[in-house]
Design a binder for this molecule. Structure first.
Ligand SMILES: C[S@@+](CC[C@H](N)C(=O)[O-])C[C@H]1O[C@@H](n2cnc3c(N)ncnc32)[C@H](O)[C@@H]1O
Ligand code: SF4
Length: 358
């Protein structure tokens, strides 16, 4: 039964130089209209009861409190549900965070990216390091007890010292959870253009691996559990919503360009806002493409997603057992009872290992 919902809010105050998420600038009126359509889209589906709700983007914290509340109120949410909103520090203050809490949000994912002001400028972020830290403390004052921070590393010209500095600053705050992503050079972004022009250079693979190894060791030494390739948490604070993706469970995706997985179908919503609105006006699901998940592809997803969960891993079917054993012999997987898990070497080369199951 579907019990998770992702809602995409495609608005940002400004486009960051590295980002190719589906998001753009907007005004208050457009945001209100968009939320009206989100509510209509929700109504096109059966009334599921959710135990995880995730408002992602884009920058959902750009919505005013009333619009966030309108969305939350439209959903049937279980009492102990995890209800997350992604927050860009530039878009909130203490009052807004208090209002989000009142509206039923109980988990924040704050986009910090780096604590280096010069690097924040390079990234095209609209906030300073101090503003990022203030948002974190405002969130605590507003009563949030489940906070995740997003950090990036392997940024243009970033040194090993730079990574250590960012990680220490983050760990000092002691969030319940953090995600750390190495920069992906996305085609079509200003960063990618500079890469092509030779102004920026990709971080050397070996250095990037050393940075990542350091991050894992340091975070673990301070009690964080490295439970997913890019995610760390304190005990019991795994991201419950995102874990559903990795556990290959179904969830509803709502909003422009959102992906979802229900009734054995994986789908992606319209990415053009006029088409999205038009479909909903006609009373049809605003789906751009969908794929029936047959037993074979379900099995493939099980490995590609499941190995990401480093403490849980995957119990292979007979068909894939041999492949797992072969990867075990090469040192990429290890066995724990009937499960296979990524080894340290497997984590460092995770993309290659996961590709073995496509
Ligand atoms: C959709 S954003 C959510 C947060 C909010 N929009 C913000 O940036 O403050 C999700 C996260 O993806 C990460 N991200 C975005 N583009 C990336 C890229 N090209 N490479 C690596 N990580 C990226 C950033 O850490 C960002 O916080
Ligand atoms: S990183 Fe976040 S704030 Fe920046 S453009 Fe992407 S979604 Fe928007």
């Amino acid at each position: 039964m579907v019990d998770g919902i992702y809602i995409h809010i495609p608005f940002c105050i400004n486009k960051c130089n590295y980002c190719d998420f589906l998001s753009f600038k907007s005004n208050e009126e457009e945001r209100k209209k968009y939320v009206d359509y989100i509510l209509k889209e929700i109504d096109l589906y059966p009334e599921y009861e959710y135990d995880t709700v995730y408002l992602g983007g884009g920058t959902p914290s750009l919505l005013n409190y009333e619009d966030v509340e309108r969305i939350i109120k439209r959903l049937k949410i279980k009492p102990e549900a995890e209800v997350t909103i992604e927050v860009n520090p530039k878009t909130v203050d203490l009052k807004k965070l208090e209002d989000f809490k009142k509206a039923g949000i109980n988990r924040l994912s704050i986009g910090i990216q780096t604590f280096d002001d010069k690097m924040l400028e390079v990234l095209g972020r609209q906030h300073s390091s101090q503003e990022g830290i203030k948002t974190y403390f405002d969130a605590r004052r507003a009563g949030f007890e489940n906070i995740s921070l997003d950090l990036m590393f392997s940024l243009p010209n970033q040194t090993f010292e730079g990574v250590k500095f960012d990680l220490e600053k983050l760990l000092q705050l002691r969030p319940e959870h953090f995600s750390i992503y190495s920069l992906i050079w996305e085609e079509g972004t200003p960063f990618y253009k500079k890469l092509e022009e030779g102004i920026y250079k990709e971080t050397d693979n070996e250095l990037e691996a050393e940075m990542f190894e350091y991050i894992i060791k340091r975070a673990e030494s301070l009690g964080y559990i490295h439970y997913e390739i890019s995610n760390f948490c304190l005990s019991g604070k795994e991201a419950r919503h995102n874990s559903k993706y990795w556990e290959n469970r179904e969830y509803l995706g709502i909003g422009l360009g959102a992906s979802g997985y229900i009734e054995n179908k994986r789908y992606k919503n319209q990415m053009q806002i006029s088409k999205y609105y038009d479909n909903i006006d006609k009373g049809i699901h605003p789906i751009f493409e969908e794929e029936e998940v047959n037993e074979e592809s379900k099995e493939q997803y099980k490995y590609m997603l499941g190995f990401r969960l480093l403490k849980k891993g995957v119990t292979p079917s007979e068909k894939y057992l041999e492949r797992c054993v072969s990867l075990e012999k090469k040192g990429f997987l290890k066995r724990e009872q009937d499960r296979f898990l990524l080894t340290h070497k497997g984590i460092m080369l995770a993309n290659d290992v996961l590709d073995e199951f496509i």
